[in-house]
Structures are given as C-alpha cells and as structure tokens.
Design a protein around this ligand. Structure first.
Ligand code: NCD
Length: 309
C-alpha cells in the first residue's frame, strides 16, 4: 500500500520517510516507462497545471512542463516578467486573478520570498508544489537527487554524503540535508566560514571547513553554485581563490572513496566550484542523470498529489 497523505508539497520537512519512499518508487516506475521516449499517459488528462516562476529557471521549469505533458495535463505558463505584477498589483490579487482565469488543478511555483508557496497554498483550492523558495526549500530537487543516488548506490541509508559550497544561501542544500538525514544518511556540509549558516536545516549534520577534512570516506560529493544574487556583499575574496580551496578537482575528489560519485544541481559555474574534467567525468559525474531524473520525479509528485483517492 502506498503511503502519501500530503495536500501540497512545499518542503521535504513535511514528508515522512515512508512518503519519500512512496515518491521515489513511483518516480522509478516513471523513469522505467520513460526509457521509451514516446511514453504518454492519460493520468492527468483534462487537468490544468499553472506554472508561476517568479525567478529564473531552466531545468526545473522545463522538467515540470515535460512531466505535466507526459501525464496528459494542460500546462499554462505565465510569463511573470510581462504580467501586471509590474503595474503595482498586489501579489494576492495577481494570484487570485490567475486562479479565476485558469481554474487550475495544480500549481507549480518558484519565488524569491521565503514561504511564498505556503502563502499561495493557503489561498488556492488545489495542490501547490514548491519549485524553490528563497534559501528555504527546493523539495523536488532533493527528491530527484535521492532517486539518482538510489539508482547508483542502491540505498540512501548509511551513505556518507558531503554537500560542499554555498550552504548559507542554498535551498538545495537545505532540502537535501533534511531528506538525506531522514533517510538514514550520514550527511556533512563543507564551506568557508562566510558561507556556513550558524544553524543548519537539519539536526545531525556535521560541519567542515575544508575539503581535506570533509571528503574522506564520502560516497557522494555534492557541489553547489555560489549564489551571488543572494549574498549581501561578496562573501568570498575571489573566484580563483575560492576554486583553489573549495573547487572540486580530480586531486580533491581522490580524498573521497575510490567509487565516490559527483553531483551538482546546476547551473554550474565551471572553474569556480568544479573543474571541467570532474564535471564531465563519465565514470564519476551524475550531473546529467540528475537533470534527466527531474522528469520522472515531478511526474510522481504531480500524480500523487493530483490523483489522490
Ligand atoms: C538551483 C535553484 O534554483 O535552486 N537550481 C536548480 O533548481 N537545479 C540551484 C541554483 O540556483 O544554484
């Protein structure tokens, strides 16, 4: 029996380990179906998904759209840059106007404000899925990362996972810390003092300040982009100095387990947090597999939320 009782997905914090397993199993089912590139289902036929991206996105928006279309849903993408938000309309008035016009069965939202998806969920008559809010949470990214790890390591339990880079400004780091500790992973974060938050998003995560100290024994090395758009002022001396200390090169990767795998949610800044030959290493890098897994994971989430019995 599948376990899933959520009405919205605004963060992984609200999910139980059983619900995460349910999503990952359903996602693996869709990943298998998608091996046939012409796969289509009618599961969401006649349903409308409203896409509200108030922040830039390539992979997340496109994979949500692919997922909705693969399940037969109608996808309505609002070009927020050209909407009445720019004419002084309140956020709630914009949302209520779009709800009245589109009558959606589901909403996908990305917003720079902390908690914006929960605010919309409080006013919407349908499930809301968070595609990333401020530095708080990005639940479907953590779920697709978990699926990718499971496919390559067989389990999430007892794996040692290092999340490295701009921990302070990363919603991907936050959602991953919460999900991976919940699933029994041994999670550590590695960052310079200026990019390490005082309080981490999950309990039981260990802090390190150098790759040399943090990488030994790791099964997974997850790199993060420097979120310059969220930094008060430049928190790092220079990109070259940062790369020298915190950039993942083959030499640094050799500190982890010999079969350690490399991840990055994208977009990558090559030569800042990751060297070209690591990002493109066909034996060690899972980066393109992560992006591809965005589609089946988002299919699973939309299916479970919109087709609740
Ligand atoms: C991230 C995001 O927007 O939160 N990208 C993503 O969704 N894969 C990370 C980032 O912006 O660096």
């Amino acid at each position: 029996m599948d376990t899933f009782t959520q009405s919205h997905l605004t963060g992984v914090a609200a999910l139980s380990a059983e619900e995460i397993d349910t999503i990952l199993e359903r996602a693996q089912y869709y990943a298998d179906q998608l091996a046939d590139a012409s796969y289509r289902s009618d599961l969401l036929k006649g349903k409308t998904i409203l896409s509200l991206f108030f922040e830039d996105s390539t992979r997340t928006r496109v994979s949500f759209e692919m997922a909705a279309r693969r399940l037969g849903a109608d996808w309505v993408n609002i070009d927020i840059d050209r909407s009445s938000v720019n004419k002084g309309e309140s956020f709630l008035d914009t949302i209520q106007t779009l709800l009245a016009i589109t009558q959606p069965h589901g909403i996908v939202v990305r917003h720079k404000e902390y908690g914006a998806p929960d605010f919309i969920a409080a006013h919407a008559p349908c499930p809301v899925i968070n595609a990333g809010d401020s530095w708080r949470e990005h639940p479907t990214q953590a779920l697709l990362d978990a699926l990718t790890i499971k496919q390559h390591k067989g389990t999430l339990k007892d794996l040692r996972i290092a999340i490295c880079g701009d921990i302070a400004h990363s919603r991907v780091a936050a959602s991953n810390m919460i999900l991976l500790t919940k699933m029994g992973g041994d999670v550590r974060v590695i960052a310079p003092e200026a990019l390490m938050p005082d309080k981490l998003a999950a309990e039981g995560v260990t802090k390190f300040h150098s790759l040399e100290d943090g990488l030994p024994g790791c099964d997974i090395v997850m790199m993060l982009r420097l979120q310059k758009e969220r930094m008060e002022q430049s928190a790092i001396p220079s990109e070259a100095a940062y790369f020298n200390e915190y950039g993942l090169t083959q030499d640094k990767l050799a500190l982890a387990k010999p079969d350690a795998l490399v991840m990055h949610p994208g977009p990558m800044n090559r030569g800042v947090e990751i060297a070209d030959d690591v990002a493109d290493d066909p034996h060690r890098s899972l980066i393109l597999k992560q992006v591809a897994n965005g589609v089946p994971v988002r299919m699973a989430v939309m299916d479970l939320l919109l087709n609740k019995p």
